[in-house]
Design a protein around this ligand. Structure first.
Ligand SMILES: Cc1cc2nc3c(=O)[nH]c(=O)nc-3n(C[C@H](O)[C@H](O)[C@H](O)COP(=O)(O)OP(=O)(O)OC[C@H]3O[C@@H](n4cnc5c(N)ncnc54)[C@H](O)[C@@H]3O)c2cc1C
Length: 423
């Protein structure tokens, strides 16, 4: 095993993960440390991915499918790390981390090398929980990574090609799409799927009435974390565009062709999209860090208790006893990335550290075509085209924070063009 030791005696901060939290922490530290720190960003991908747009990847409709369709679609949701950190003193290491050795202050990488740290920022996000339900791990699709979203897209497109030669039960199960979970991700992917399906039906001359999109939600309503009124508005919208929402539906097993539910009900479907629940990223599980919900327990200063040189940010940080509970969302990840950068500087100067304080910033949930629901910080909501435009504006503003005007506008235009093709 070879190792990367510090080439100089500068304090080394290693940031693990280049999602919303990791990129923000690395940007702030590098812009403000004036060369005092040796900053290393370790991540398993050479690009920063906007996870919130993966439902667009999974449901993207391309008029002329070709070998480069996937490449074109991918390019609408990610930015190369080299362009984000161009001109900044950040060493980027693209490798999967397989273990965090907190005793040795080391990261162990998939290529068997190690990187040592003085301060570690862990921002590895979260993984999907399958609740050990039979078949869920192997027979469902998800939209948690770019590879997942592209795999789902290929599968959906294939169902339409194959349906041409199928009849009876087999055809029904090819044309039935089940979304497990009625949270924001489940709602967005179900709504966008309707747009993709309409176009695929036209292309394959299939009667749209043959298609079924079902949301299975175990709870009494979809969008459990938003107000009842806003959730009802979203429910009504989904029903109007043809999504069949089944509440109180508990999945017990998923096979390659069926979804089975408590009470003996079942649905014939070759496509179950799993969006229900989060668990910690596997790299955290063997690290000896204190796990909680979908991450690691941290103090309000985002440090791991008893390990003051390890900070957590984003989905991987779970603040104990926080009221209201801090959700796993982009605004939280982004704000925590910034706070961790600040606290590392405070710690270096011997100053007291700042605590993370959370007030819900609002959220936009797209509901198919050019319609969205904006949940405002005051608890009210907006519905229709305006929130949909707001979502595009928020995305553009985010890209502008990371890169040049030219690159951000090109990326935004590409995503507007490709994601809009099924609206
Ligand atoms: C489909 C979907 C839709 C969503 N929609 C919204 C939304 O509309 N609004 C909202 O606020 N939130 C949304 N979320 C949640 C939001 O995406 C997350 O809260 C956010 O991405 C968390 O940011 P993060 O930086 O903690 O982790 P991530 O963005 O997940 O980044 C984790 C980083 O760690 C890297 N990494 C992971 N494991 C390793 C390893 N072993 N070695 C090296 N690198 C590793 C990854 O490659 C990545 O760079 C959505 C999530 C999904 C999946």
């Amino acid at each position: 095993m070879s190792s990367s030791h510090k080439p100089n005696n500068r304090h080394r901060v290693v940031i693990l993960g280049a999602g919303f939290a990791g990129v923000r922490a690395a940007l702030d530290l590098s812009r403000q440390s004036h060369g005092e720190l040796d900053i290393v960003l370790v991540t398993d991908r050479d690009a920063h991915l906007d996870l919130t747009l993966l439902y667009e990847v999974a449901t993207a409709y391309v008029r002329h499918e070709s070998d480069i369709s996937s490449e074109q679609i991918q390019s609408t949701v990610q930015l190369p790390l080299q362009s984000i950190f161009s001109g900044l003193e950040v060493d980027i290491v693209v490798q999967k981390v397989v273990r965090i050795d907190t005793a040795g202050q080391l990261l162990i990488l998939a290529d068997d090398t190690t990187i040592d740290y003085d301060t570690l920022v862990v921002a590895v996000g979260s993984s999907l929980a399958t609740f050990d339900l039979p078949g869920v791990g192997v027979n469902t699709f998800s939209i948690k990574t770019l590879a997942d979203a592209l795999r789902l897209r290929h599968h959906i497109v294939r169902q339409f090609w194959q349906a041409d030669s199928l009849a009876g039960q087999a055809r029904k199960s090819a044309l039935t799409f089940v979304v497990a979970g009625g949270g924001a991700s489940g709602v967005e992917v179900a709504a966008e799927l309707i747009g993709q399906i309409r176009r695929q039906c036209k292309r394959h001359k299939i009667d749209p009435h043959e298609i079924t999109v079902i949301i299975l939600e175990a709870g009494p309503r979809i969008l459990a974390t938003v107000t009842k009124e806003a959730a009802q508005r979203a429910h009504q919208r989904l029903t109007n565009i043809g999504v069949d929402i089944r509440l109180g539906a508990r999945i017990t097993e998923v096979t390659a062709t069926e979804v089975r539910m408590q009470g003996g009900d079942y649905i014939y479907s070759r496509t179950t999209i799993w969006t229900a629940g989060l668990r910690p990223n596997p790299v955290l599980v063997d690290s000896g860090l204190p796990l909680d919900h979908w991450g690691v327990t941290v103090s309000p200063t985002l440090q791991v208790p008893t390990m003051p040189n390890i900070f957590m940010a984003g989905d991987a940080a779970v603040i104990t006893d926080s009221e209201p509970p801090v959700p796993a969302t982009v605004p939280v990840a982004y704000a925590q990335g910034a706070l961790v950068a600040k606290n590392i500087r405070h710690q270096r100067r011997g100053e007291s550290l700042e605590e993370f304080s959370y007030s819900p910033p609002g959220m936009v949930i797209t509901l198919g075509s050019k319609v969205a629901l904006a949940l405002l910080p005051n608890g009210r909501y907006l519905f229709g085209l305006l929130p949909w435009l707001l979502k595009h504006f928020i995305t553009l503003r985010y890209w502008l924070r990371l890169t040049t005007w030219g690159q951000a506008l090109r990326l935004w235009y590409r995503s507007w063009h490709i994601h809009g093709a099924n609206d």
